[in-house]
Unconditional design. Structure first.
Length: 151
């Protein structure tokens, strides 16, 4: 449970991540992109992505993705910094949850007020399937989604 707590703190503190989707242009290859994220009330990642973005088109074809979050304050050797990779399926936030998702996203990314209402942007949410946490060199392991949720 210690790793779940550490991973959850990292996830809650950060606001940028690398989103990896399955490429439609080059089938079978991952496509990584830096994105902003926020967290909903059930500790699921929220993403605000334009339909023009490659990763959004990739998600339209295959909802499976991963989100890698790392300690952006880490200095020195980045391989010794904490990081967590969250794997899951990314879907549009259902209408009843949109206001809460929007509020959470804008709390973490106030600059998004400039484009959140543009018609080509959509609020997406990842349903977590599995997590892998690295606390630093030699300290790593899988975390059950239910342990992460309870942390």
């Amino acid at each position: 449970m210690k790793n779940a707590t550490h991973a959850k703190l990292l996830f809650m503190e950060q606001k940028m991540a690398v989103l990896s989707t399955n490429s439609t242009r080059h089938g079978g290859f991952p496509f990584g992109s830096v994105v902003g994220y926020a967290v909903d009330g059930e500790s699921r990642p929220l993403l605000l992505i334009s339909r023009l973005a490659v990763h959004r088109r990739n998600l339209a074809a295959d909802v499976r993705a991963s989100l890698t979050i790392f300690d952006d304050e880490a200095v020195g050797d980045p391989t010794s910094a904490s990081r967590v990779t969250i794997m899951g399926e990314v879907h549009p936030v259902p209408e009843p949850d949109l206001l809460d998702a929007r509020t959470a996203y804008l709390a973490k990314h106030p600059e998004a007020r400039q484009w959140i209402d543009f018609g080509d942007f959509a609020m997406l949410r990842m349903e977590i399937k599995d997590l892998y946490f690295i606390a630093g060199f030699g300290s790593m392991g899988w975390i059950l989604p239910e342990d992460f949720a309870k942390a």
